[in-house]
Structures are given as structure tokens and as C-alpha cells.
Design a protein around this ligand. Sequence first.
Ligand SMILES: Cc1cc2nc3c(=O)[nH]c(=O)nc-3n(C[C@H](O)[C@H](O)[C@H](O)COP(=O)(O)OP(=O)(O)OC[C@H]3O[C@@H](n4cnc5c(N)ncnc54)[C@H](O)[C@@H]3O)c2cc1C
Length: 426
Amino acid sequence: MAWDFSTEPEFQEKLDWVERFCREEVEPLDMVFPYAVRSKDPRIKALVKPLQDEVKAQGLWAVFLDEELGGPGYGQLKLALLNEILGRYGSAPQIFGSAAPDTGNMEMLAAYGTEEQKKRWLHPLMNQEIWSAYSMTEPQGGSDPRLFKTYAERDGDEWVINGEKWFTSAGRVADILFVMCTNGMFVVPRDAPGVEIMPEPRTHNHIKYKDVRIPLDHLLGPEDGARTLAQRRLGGGRIHHAMRTISQCKLAFDMMCERALSRESHGKVIAEHQMVQQTIADTYASIRMLRLFVLETAWKIDNTSTQETRTDIAAVKYTMAKVLREVSYNALHILGSLGTTNLTPIQAMYASAPHMGLADGADEVHKVTVARNVLKDYEPQTGLWPTEYLPAKRKKAREKFEPLFARNPELRELADAYAKYIARRG
Ligand SMILES: Cc1cc2nc3c(=O)[nH]c(=O)nc-3n(C[C@H](O)[C@H](O)[C@H](O)COP(=O)(O)OP(=O)(O)OC[C@H]3O[C@@H](n4cnc5c(N)ncnc54)[C@H](O)[C@@H]3O)c2cc1C
């Protein structure tokens, strides 16, 4: 039986270890020293290293790379299950060396970098000696890459980049920026002359690239290959993101159920009110459906390829955004006024839920991809009526039975009686 929804015991043991480790070590560190991984203070950094050493000892450091890219080749299904745990704890992806946007950038480097480029950037990124950001979106256009203008001009043994980027997450604190130009993907040191980071927005940065000069070997992959490289960033990464989203949904759900059992109104605990029960039941089913969809998509990638799973990867992208919006809203609502404060994680989760529908591309763009791909398997109807037009189907079926009716007229009478009944029923 090929469809088996269980996890093999040895990997389950690993997952149990990760769960315990995140709960007992990662979360407390996060509560007292948020963003410790990126801290410049050596005393805080010293608290991170022992945790990362434990992760390395478990063989779980930076496990997102496929075998052909130099990683352990866990496959997307196992990585999905791992990310389902990591997503619950803010800094866990970084403690495990698997945090975006570095992961996507490392994938590009691993797949397209020369040996020299890997040595220069991939290995230090992998060891968190440096950090990166991804500069694609521009102020005048995000969803449509044909509107991008940033361009690298060759001048002797240098590229000269001019353009403007918008919403480069963590660009301000990155050491290198992966800049998507209309003629290729370039790696730009953040401190290169001409890189100008605007004061706002604070986290997702507006960056001007004015006559930024970089050596020729800072072009990653082929000239004009930026869109292919950009695609490379997104395959498995989206599945990991989706599983981290599910763990956020699960966190919201846990909080909602606990509260529903703890709070009273109109003579009973609110979990006994039918409308609250309906919300709990619907939310439960939404999370379960999303989880199955994501895991099946991960399984499909492992058993076919990212390319062949493109439609489902895109469908996962907007479905996870929708489920997160719905679940975080439901949880906030059941928590009542407490849910609207920043005293639990729910308010921040709800406030940032719409981000998911935009980051990595607006939902609509992915829906267009899904609809187009799905429609390739269909043909327009022939003639006036759809294939499932019942009178035509009945007529055809009747023709199939004619030889039998010729041998057995009683059966024809029975069929006629049925036909009359159906016609009367309308
Ligand atoms: C939290 C977060 C982090 C991000 N991080 C990065 C990053 O690190 N680097 C980076 O380069 N970018 C980043 N982005 C930007 C992201 O890639 C863009 O927001 C996204 O591509 C959409 O572009 P836009 O915001 O310019 O929206 P627009 O392109 O202006 O679209 C606005 C709206 O128009 C509608 N629309 C657009 N196109 C279509 C269409 N074809 N069909 C139907 N409706 C359409 C949709 O409703 C869409 O939401 C991030 C965004 C978020 C929210």
C-alpha cells in the first residue's frame, strides 16, 4: 500500500528531539533575547552557539539543500515535517541554519554558483558568518517582472548597476544583496559605494543602486538568467514556508481551544456554545486540509520534480495565505479583547497574515498560473452542449443498450418507463 500517512520511527525520533529542543531551549532564548542569532553583542551570541552545535551534532544544520546541491538530501516531505515544528518558534529556523531569505539565496548559489562563488558566499552564508537579502521588487512594479528596470551595464572588467528596489527584507542588515537586474542576477556587497538604503520602511528596505560597481564575477549564473534563478529560489522553499504557516495556524488553534474551555459566558464555558463549536470544527478542518495538501505536494516533488509539481506549489501558496487569515482571525475572535492585545502571539499573527498573500508574489498571480495549467488538461465542448449534458448522455447510453433491447423487448419497456419517469421529474 503506497499511501501511508505515518512517519518512519527513526525520523519521528528526530522530530521529537526537535520539538523538545525548540520548546526547552529555543523558545526561552527567544523570550529573553529576541533576535539573539543576529546580535552583534558577543555575550548574547555566546548563548546561541551551543544551541547551534547541538543542532549540528544531530545532523540537522542547514538541511534544506538537495543532495545534488551538497546538502543531506532529506527530500521535501521530511523537510516539510521538520518545518512544521520550526515554524512555531520565532528564531528556530535561524538556530537550525535554515532561515529565509538566506535559504533561497543559498539555493541559487548552490545551483548556479562557480566554485569560487560558493567559496566566497555560500559557505560563509551556511555558517552564518554573513547574511544576505534578496532585491527583486521595484517601487513601480512588483507582480509583473516586465516592469522592472534595474540594469547592469558592462564597463571593462566591472558591472555598473543602476536602479531602485523596494521591500528588500532585512537589506539594511545584510552583508550581500542578491540583486535581480533585467539582464541577470548579481551579488552586491551592501557596503559597495552607490548602495543607498532609504530610512523607510525599516524592515523591508527601499534601496537605491546608483552606479554601483562590482567585479565581473559577481554575476550569478548566466547573463539574462535572472528569472530562471528567481524560480530556483522558490520551489521547495514554498513548501517549507507553508509548513511553518501550518505550525502558526496550529499555535492559534491551540490557543483558541484552551481559551474556549477556560472562559464562561451566559451560564456555560464558551466551548459549549454551538457557534464557538462551529468555529472550532471549521478551523480544525481547514488546518487538516491544508496540511494534507502541503504534505502531498512535498511528496509529489520528491517523487517527480519541482517543475512537474508547479501547479500544486502555486496553489499551496495562496491556500496557506487564506487559511492563515481565516485561522488567525478565528483565534483572535475567540480570545475576545485579550486577542486584540500584544499579550499573546495572536494579534501579531493576525496583523501579519495578509503579508502571506503578497510575499513571494500576490495570490492572484499564482491563481493565474494554477488556472492556466489546470485548463491545459481540458478541451472546449464539441457542439452546443457540455459533455455532461444529460439528455445527450442518456441518448448515447440508450444506443449502447439497443442490441440488448432487440433481444429482450421487456427490458426496453422497462427502460421506456424509466425514461418517462425522468422526463416527468424534469
Ligand atoms: C512580508 C513581505 C516580505 C517581502 N520580501 C521581499 C524581499 O525580500 N525581496 C523582494 O524583492 N520583495 C519582497 N516582497 C515584495 C513582494 O514580492 C511583492 O509584494 C509582491 O511581488 C507583489 O508586488 P507589489 O507589492 O508591488 O504589488 P502589486 O504588483 O502592486 O500588486 C498589488 C495588487 O494588485 C493585484 N494584482 C497584481 N497583479 C495582478 C494580476 N496579474 N492579476 C490580478 N491581480 C493582480 C493584486 O491584488 C495585488 O495584491 C515582500 C513582500 C512582503 C509582503
